[in-house]
Design a binder for this molecule. Structure first.
Ligand code: NZQ
Ligand code: ZN
Length: 384
């Protein structure tokens, strides 16, 4: 196992009715910016619960944070916060609202252009405190210190990280997810699944606990995921999916082990260029990464085949092939189109993605840095 430092200061309030706890978390004299997206929180009752819990506190609303939150939109919030001297951010929404709010929090006192966070890895030296009411279980953003921002004018989607943007607290009430359309439920399952494999399916690191934790998340998603789409929302089912998604990217399963993340980097390019949902890009790319990188990932692929898909018959090659097929089938069974051609995407985009990754300094992706632009082309060609 590699050395590591694990730090995660986010307090979680999990369960029914927990939105009321924001009253005890946010100081009564706080000047709050309440951030949210396109308005789903107004139709499903979450907004009303939040407003009630905030009571008499000073609130300025900032709505319209898009899926794949845009730098251009977020900078408008930064201006308002500076003008009105707001001092606490409350994000109510999915990963996009949470990520966007993290960016705003770090940008407020940053003297330069905050896009530097995404392109140069610069970390702002201060950030406003953030609270979260999560409404979509997927990204893990509610309990981590990262975010992904899109700069629309450049069509670029880039990640940033800063320990100062860990939410102070996050409310995870599974009932908030009852109003999600099936497409977003599926997105959440796929995103959590691939977050787990990015940290698990690399090479052995003598970390059996992290392996078992990751396999626990994968097996739970495989068991609970399809149920969420077959029936009217069930509290315990949604609770388990929600906790899986948080556990998949709160840093714990990634401690002391190598990590891949090539699928995410390639997927971000697909979203930036074609607007595909984040999770859809992962369902397309990840089976291709497994296929093209199968020699380097052989030991963990065999472990994944055996422990997650219970494959015991056949040669090593056959087992690996079957595990990749079952993964693809799982995504497809949830309703995701996992082939580029199903999204009318072909070789022009494939070449462009390889070039863009190279141009952005991402020519050596993967846990060993061996996923070169040439390999990216192979991976995507495999997914046509
Ligand atoms: O805008 P509103 O009205 O809120 O509607 C949203 C949006 O249209 C809707 N929605 C959310 N909660 C709902 C709901 N609709 C009905 N009922 C509810 N309870 O769902 C749509 C998608 O929301 P979004 O926040 O974009 O989804 P998600 O949580 O999947 O977040 C995706 C973003 O997170 C980034 C992705 O790149 C993408 O930009 N990621 C962030 C990560 C992180 N911070 O650690 C890691 C991930 O890998 C991911 O990259
Ligand atoms: Zn993701």
């Amino acid at each position: 196992m590699k050395n590591f430092t694990y730090y995660n200061p986010t307090k979680i309030h999990f369960g029914k009715g927990q939105i009321s706890t924001i009253d005890t978390e946010i100081p009564s004299g706080a000047r709050i910016m309440l951030t949210y997206g396109g308005g789903s929180i107004k139709t499903n009752g979450i907004y009303d619960q939040v407003i009630k819990a905030l009571g008499e506190r000073h609130i300025v609303e900032f709505s319209g944070i898009e899926a794949n939150p845009r730098y251009e939109t977020l900078m408008k919030a930064v201006v308002i916060i500076r003008e009105q001297k707001l001092d606490y951010l409350l994000a109510v929404g999915g990963g996009s609202v949470v990520d966007g709010t993290k960016f705003i929090a770090a940008a407020v006192d940053y003297p330069g252009d905050p896009w530097d966070f995404c392109t140069m890895g610069i970390q702002s030296k201060s950030a406003l405190p953030i609270g979260v009411v999560l409404t979509l279980a997927a990204t893990g953003s509610e309990m981590n210190s990262g975010g992904v921002i899109t700069r629309e004018e450049q069509k670029s989607k880039r990640a940033f990280g800063n320990p100062l943007v860990f939410p102070k607290f996050s409310v995870l009430d599974p009932e908030t997810t009852f109003s999600l359309p099936p497409r977003q439920v599926t997105n959440g399952i796929v995103d959590a699944f691939v977050h787990t494999t990015e940290q698990y399916l690399t090479f052995p690191a003598h970390a059996p606990l992290q392996d078992r934790q990751a396999e626990g998340i994968l097996l739970t998603l495989i068991e609970e995921g399809p149920k969420a789409l077959l029936q009217a929302p069930d509290y315990d089912n949604r609770a388990n999916l929600m906790w899986c998604a948080t556990q998949a990217l709160n840093g714990l399963i990634g401690t002391g082990v190598p990590q891949d993340w090539a699928t995410h980097m390639i997927g971000h390019e697909l979203t930036a260029l074609h607007g595909l949902d984040h999770a859809v890009t992962l369902a397309i790319v990840w089976p291709g990464v497994m296929h093209i990188m199968k020699d380097e990932k052989k030991e963990k692929l065999l472990q994944y085949a055996k422990r997650v898909w219970l494959i015991t018959e056949g040669t090593d090659d056959e087992k690996i092939k079957k595990a990749i097929t079952l993964t693809d089938n799982f995504f497809r069974s949830l309703g995701v189109k996992t082939r580029l051609s199903e999204h009318q995407i072909g070789s022009v985009t494939i070449n462009k993605i390889a070039e863009r990754l190279q141009g952005a300094g991402m020519a050596k992706l993967g846990e060993r840095g061996t996923i070169t632009p040439e390999k990216v082309i192979k991976i995507l060609n495999e997914r046509l």
